[in-house]
Write a protein that binds this ligand. Structure first.
Ligand code: GLY
Length: 260
């Protein structure tokens, strides 16, 4: 997979008033919708600045976490696979996403079915393979189904572990280019990235790891100056986006878009 960070399209969904009811591991405050909308607009502008077409879907009040669109689909170059979120309150988001994705993929759509569960936040597509983190949201059955589907299209999949207490595999990592990964030391220490070039986030900046590479940009949460400086020194063009409100719901940069 050479096109791991070259994208022509993205799909996002605006947060709605119901965002205050979004899932969270710990209550660190109620998300402020106005601040989240402002940050979301900056995120969409950053995606668009690369020349990509960005579809902005309207808020879905029935689904408080629906701004985190990444968990609903896996968009690969040859096929898109609808996820089956492990969070029951989020399973209805998938059908809501289908029409927007179908507009690009037509009939090249597959699905994960019950009882397996899998969320896009647990999936990292690198230049070599698809890494999938077993987690509280993603089951062995979900990974097995994804592995079988992906194999049909020539992709190899590898199951890895999401650290205990971490929501998603990509909570702790992000792809910088086909062979380079930004990760927390705790995740890299598991050995799951052996053979890759791994850059560590700075100490106490673990939340910086959920970045995305989107065309020429590395888009990361703001407030992590040492990690941003390290990436800049490594030659990456970094754009920082305010993430305080999404962070209250354990969300980050990858969660906010489908990229293909
Ligand atoms: N709040 C995002 C999630 O838990 O799925």
């Amino acid at each position: 997979m050479n096109s791991t960070h070259i994208f022509g399209h993205a799909i996002t969904r605006k947060p709605g008033r119901s965002i205050v009811d979004g899932l969270r591991a710990a209550d660190i405050g109620t998300p402020d919708l106005a601040r989240m909308l402002e940050a979301h607009a900056a995120y969409v502008a950053a995606l668009r600045s690369t020349g990509a077409e960005v579809v902005e879907l309207p808020a879905l009040e029935a689904y408080p976490d629906s701004v985190f669109v990444e968990d609903t689909m896996l968009c690969l170059p040859k096929v898109t696979i609808s996820m089956r979120p492990g969070a029951v309150s989020r399973q209805g988001e998938v059908a809501e996403m289908m029409p927007a994705v179908r507009a690009f993929y037509g009939e090249k759509m597959r699905e994960i079915s019950a009882p397996g569960t899998i969320e896009g936040g647990d999936i990292l597509v690198t230049g070599r393979e698809i890494l999938v983190g077993l987690s509280a949201r993603t089951t062995r059955d979900g990974i097995s189904q994804l592995t079988d589907i992906a194999r049909e299209y020539g992709y190899s999949t590898r199951m890895v572990e999401t650290p205990d207490g971490v929501l998603h595999f990509k909570t702790d990592c992000g792809l910088l280019d086909a062979d380079t990964i930004l990760a927390t030391p705790r995740l890299a220490a598991s050995g799951c990235f052996d053979g890759y070039r791994v850059l560590h986030v700075a100490p106490e900046e673990e939340a910086a790891s959920n970045c995305i590479r989107f065309n020429n940009l590395v888009i990361m949460a703001s407030g992590f100056q040492r990690t941003a400086a390290m990436l800049d020194a490594a030659g990456y063009q970094v754009v920082e986006i305010e993430n305080s409100e999404c962070a209250k719901l354990d969300g980050g940069m990858s969660c906010l878009s489908l990229r293909f």
